[in-house]
Structure formats: C-alpha cells, structure tokens
Design a protein around this ligand. Structure first.
Ligand code: ZN
Length: 394
C-alpha cells in the first residue's frame, strides 16, 4: 500500500497561543504546531487543512506519499492543486504520483489584512516600498507585516544546528519588531516546527512553507504578497530546484476567493529592487541582508553585493547606520577584484553592468588583484583538459 501523510485533527491551545495538527506520517505520529502571540491566536484556521497541504506538497512528493486529511479542504484550492499545480509539476518529473484525499468544502472568511513577510532584507523592503506608495491601489496596500520561522534561518549558518537557527530567528525578529514599532505596522509572528518535521532544504520548499503558514491565517489575511527572488524570465517548473522559479504559477494555484496570494515584483532584478530600497527612507536604518548574523558583517557575499550595488548607485551614505561603510570602502580593491573575477555570476554581471551604466571605474589595484583569480581559473581549465585527454587514451 502507498505511504500516506495523514492529517487527523487540529486543536487550538488558547493558553499557549498554539495550533497543533495531529499528523501520521507513514504510520508514525507527529504533532505539527504553529505558535503566535496574544493578538493573533483567534485567527488560527483549524477547520481547514489548506495550509498543511500546501506546506507538505514537496515533502509528500519526495517521500512518495499521498496526503489524506480528515479535516476538509477549501474547494477552490483542491481544484487548483489537483487540476493545475500537481499536473504541471508532473511535466518535468513524470514520476510524481501525489493524490490529495480530503473533502472539498466552500467556506467564506471575513478577512481584510494585506500582508507581506518582513525580514528587513532587500526583497521585503522593495515590496513594502511598492505596496505602500502613492500609486498603490487601496486593495493592495500593505497593512500587516509577518515574520514566519519556516526554515530560512536554517540555511544561513548551520542547517543542522537548530540552536543557532533559533537564535538567528529571534535576533532578526528583534530588528523587524523595532522597524514595525517605529513605522507603526502590526506584526504577525509565527514560530513553527514545520522545518524540523520536513528536514528538507529550504530552497525547493520556501514558497510552500511560507504560503502554507499565511493560509493558516486566512481568517485574518485577505491578500498575501510574496516577494519574488527570481525573475519570471527564468521560469521553469521543477520540484527539485528552487521553488522561486515557478512562483508565478504556484502562487495563483495556492489562492482561493478567501485568500489571494500574489507575487511581488516578479520582473525586477536584484539591482532594480535595491534601487527601490535606496529611495525608501524607512529602510535606511533597518536594512539587514547578512548571511552570517543579524548585524550586517559587510564581508559575506550578500552584504558585499548589496554594498557594491549601493556604491554604484551613489547611495552608500544613506545606509551608514546599517553597514560599516568605512571598512567597505577601505576594502574596495578586494571586492571590486571579486566582481571582475566572477565572470559568470549573475549578480556580479548585473553589478558590472551598473558600474558601466553609471560610468564608475574599477580601481587599478582591483584590476591587478584580479590577475591571480584569472591565472587560477586558467590552470583549473588546463588541468581539466589534461585529465580529459588522459581518460580518452585509457
Ligand atoms: Zn554579511
């Protein structure tokens, strides 16, 4: 008999502000929980399995399981998943054989929040800039920010080190809380063990886990804007690759008349988003992009590419409270050499184009420092060629 992930029941623990789903994963009992704060516990949706089904699609596919729920599913979601999304996933991976077994029902929610995730990074601030500006229709105007612990922090320092991950979640949350307090945004914080149960890489699962969590709050959230990390011209549907490649397809199929999920700025490059953020004063003291810490280290590749873009845009000074600008400028020959050396890196290419467009010259020392990079790349290529020639002779 085929393996099953069963969703048996759901209970809200009002005192703990916790929603627990009792699961059975291939016969093994598990409790999937979502925990929030006082003001949001009343919005838990325990009557529908929608959020759990969405969150566990990649997990069920990887483990060759069906999903069976004793809790009903929203009829529109069921229809879209089974008629559109799962068949689309099968096109690239024909071995996929996922059945969703649940009773579809029609429920009407009375919700009004327009929400987006706020990590204080480039994507979040670019979304907030676009969906809070003068030209934004009221229907799309953000009035709630969210912070979900669904696994992003697991990939940042040490995927297997739950302690470090949780510390990062808490540290970064403090930054987001400070920002929300300063700019008067309500903040929905949700902690969950979804990543601990799934034990899967975050990249192919991030849209599923984030949207699954938003959908659990469909009594509150009417529209959820999901910041896109990959532009639509890279569109491809592959369950084993980054979920962001096909957000434009999956988000529509996670939507129902109760909660609409929209991709935010799906056509903007990282450079264009950074340009938007540089025009958004609320971001100046709170921008946080670092891979290593809740305080920007200035050295990891995410810090460096953000700083290099701001440098090329002439906007570094605006972010002097978020980064050590002096240290970055002192080090400019080194990071500029890296930008020149990483010839095939998409982000480095975009930043080099921005340098050219804004007529910014690379330093002479950077051009000298890049020589060892090129020599080592040439040697690597030569060694590969010799090995290939030798293998042909054998
Ligand atoms: Zn960093």
């Amino acid at each position: 008999m085929k393996k099953r992930l069963r969703i048996l029941s759901a209970d809200v623990d009002a005192a703990e502000k916790k929603l627990c789903f009792n699961l059975e994963i291939d016969g093994r009992p598990e409790i999937l929980w979502y925990k929030t704060t006082d003001e949001y516990a009343e919005y838990f949706c325990s009557e529908l399995c929608d959020g759990v089904v969405i969150s566990f699609i990649p997990f069920a596919i990887r483990n060759k399981m069906d999903i069976e729920s004793d809790i009903p599913i929203t009829d529109q979601l069921y229809f879209k998943l089974t008629k559109n999304l799962i068949p689309a996933l099968k096109l690239r991976n024909p071995e996929i054989d996922l059945q969703i077994i649940a009773t579809p029902i029609c429920v009407k929610q009375n919700n009004n929040a327009v929400a987006t995730g706020m990590s204080c990074g480039i994507d979040s601030f670019a979304t907030l800039y676009e969906y809070s500006g003068e030209n934004c229709p009221n229907e799309y105007r953000i009035n709630l920010l969210t912070y979900f612990n669904v696994g992003a922090h697991h990939g940042q320092i040490d995927y297997d080190n739950g302690h470090v991950s949780h510390e990062l979640f808490l540290e970064e949350m403090e930054n987001t809380k400070r920002f929300c307090k300063e700019y008067n945004y309500p903040l929905l914080v949700v902690d969950t063990n979804v990543a601990a149960i799934q034990k899967m890489n975050f990249v192919p699962t991030h849209s599923y886990r984030n949207i699954g969590t938003a959908v659990i709050f469909q009594k509150l959230i009417k529209t959820y804007l999901y910041s896109s990390g990959i532009t639509v011209d890279y569109f491809k549907v592959d369950i084993n690759d980054a979920a962001g490649y096909y957000d434009i397809l999956s988000l529509e199929n996670f939507s129902s008349s109760n909660i609409r999920i929209m991709s935010s700025h799906p056509a903007s490059t990282r450079i264009e988003k950074t340009e938007s953020v540089a025009q958004f004063p609320p971001s100046y003291n709170s921008l946080s992009v670092c891979l290593n810490s809740s305080k920007n280290c200035g050295l990891c590749h995410k810090c460096e590419r953000t700083l290099a873009t701001l440098y090329a845009l002439g906007c570094l000074d605006k972010f002097k409270n978020s980064f050590d600008i002096d240290a970055f400028l002192k080090n400019k020959h080194k990071w500029q050499a890296e930008l020149l050396a990483k010839r095939n890196d998409k982000y480095c290419l975009e930043i080099r184009r921005l340098f050219k467009k804004n007529n910014i010259k690379f330093s002479v020392r950077a051009r000298i420092y890049v020589i060892p990079f090129f020599i080592s790349a040439l040697m690597e290529r030569a060694v590969k060629k010799i090995k290939w020639e030798l293998s042909k002779r054998r």
